[in-house]
Design a protein around this ligand. Sequence first.
Ligand SMILES: *[C@@H]1O[C@H](CO)[C@@H](O)[C@H](O)[C@H]1NC(C)=O
Ligand SMILES: *[C@@H]1O[C@H](CO)[C@@H](O)[C@H](O)[C@H]1NC(C)=O
Ligand SMILES: *[C@@H]1O[C@H](CO)[C@@H](O)[C@H](O)[C@H]1NC(C)=O
Ligand SMILES: *[C@@H]1O[C@H](CO)[C@@H](O)[C@H](O)[C@H]1NC(C)=O
Length: 419
Amino acid sequence: METLSIFDRKWKFCIFISLVIFFNIFILRLANLRYLHNALLTLTLTSNNLLMSKNFELLKPLTYNEKGKCNVFEGQWVYKPRENPLYRASKCPFLSDQVSCRKNGRPDFEYEKWSWEANDCQIPSFDAIDMLERLRGKRVILVGDSLNRNQWESLVCLLYSAIPSSRAHVDFREGSYKVFKAKDYNVSVEFYWSPFLVQLHSNEDTATRVLRIDKLVGSFRHWQGADVMVFNTGHWWVHCGKFKAWDVLQYKGKLMDDTKIESAFEIAMKTWASWVDKNVDSTRTTVFFRSISPEHKGDNWCFNKTKPLMEETSYVPIFPKPLAETVERIVAGMKTQIQYLNITKLSQYRIDAHPTVYTTKKDKQLIEKKLKTPEITADCSHWCLPGLPDTWNRLLYASMVLKGSEKSANSSHEVFGDL
Ligand SMILES: *[C@@H]1O[C@H](CO)[C@@H](O)[C@H](O)[C@H]1NC(C)=O
Ligand SMILES: *[C@@H]1O[C@H](CO)[C@@H](O)[C@H](O)[C@H]1NC(C)=O
Ligand SMILES: *[C@@H]1O[C@H](CO)[C@@H](O)[C@H](O)[C@H]1NC(C)=O
Ligand SMILES: *[C@@H]1O[C@H](CO)[C@@H](O)[C@H](O)[C@H]1NC(C)=O
């Protein structure tokens, strides 16, 4: 009898556990929220009571380490073979040829299957409708070089894929200005091409290109009043040879020594920073600065790579460290609080995510020709879409979700580092 009753108790316990597991699977299905997945795993591993409380904890969209901090830029790439990108390149009319890898014939797609996971918290999944709701009646601007255009194209595809195409409106004016509108939400997402953030002026008389480091680029008139601003610069400052875009630097009306690129860059960054500090009302506008997007050249050449780098140390940075430090120093010293999208490190791993030779419309002969000299033709600086910039935008979205939840939760949460 004694054994039977023990058996009976065990049996009841087992039924109870099964019910709890079943209940959790049910919730998981119902809510379709990824962060509940971990709750389920915890469930199967821990004892009952513990499990219930843990599970409850995990129902919160974001969890934090003991210090109440989470740096979403520290983490690792996790292979998710069954996860599909949030949009299909063939369904998004805003993708330029430069980044439409699949459309251009790139044969492998594994690079689309990696998900960024932070060490200390669960980053929310991108939710386009929720983002549009949060942005209702607002303007988002992205200002910078072709890497910011890469990010704009990603963001626009992410949002566009969630609404009926007839409810979207797009205005392309040359390559330098593009705007996407989600009509039902009165949201606009604008891109202003401006690789230096300061003025590049062509002097027709002398046929020289003058980079005026103390004059902000003319499009700033359109930035005013935007609710979210995302800036970047850096890449064009280090272009050399035929890619260098200016002949002379000008500061306070005088020509400046071209060799002091670091101080010129610093002055240009300050020109931008003082405009932001004078013109941005930080109670209504959130300003982001996106860190340098790494290139994969030399020892870390991107050509024919189908897997991310797994070791942080296997990447040798190409972009000059002093320039990156200048950005961080200036941004940290501003009156306006800047959200620093520190995506450099997480992007360094993604040696597999560049367009390489698949940068032009599908054309077998052209691709074959490019494949003969990949060392010249491979693009190892932009990123395939769908792809890595979708993660940058997921982090942009995460910052909005967090900002919203901060009001009710503990405001000491610092997701975007100490800036
Ligand atoms: C749409 O948003 C803009 C700001 O982005 C605002 O000026 C305008 O009044 C809004 N229109 C409507 C109909 O809400
Ligand atoms: C790409 O890599 C694969 C396997 O590493 C190799 O077999 C193939 O020849 C490479 N292709 C080119 C064009 O280098
Ligand atoms: C926020 O966290 C800090 C430190 O963990 C704590 O001292 C403070 O009381 C908390 N505030 C609220 C409102 O929970
Ligand atoms: C950005 O990330 C890098 C690499 O993780 C780190 O060294 C740097 O301190 C971060 N910058 C800021 C301002 O948080």
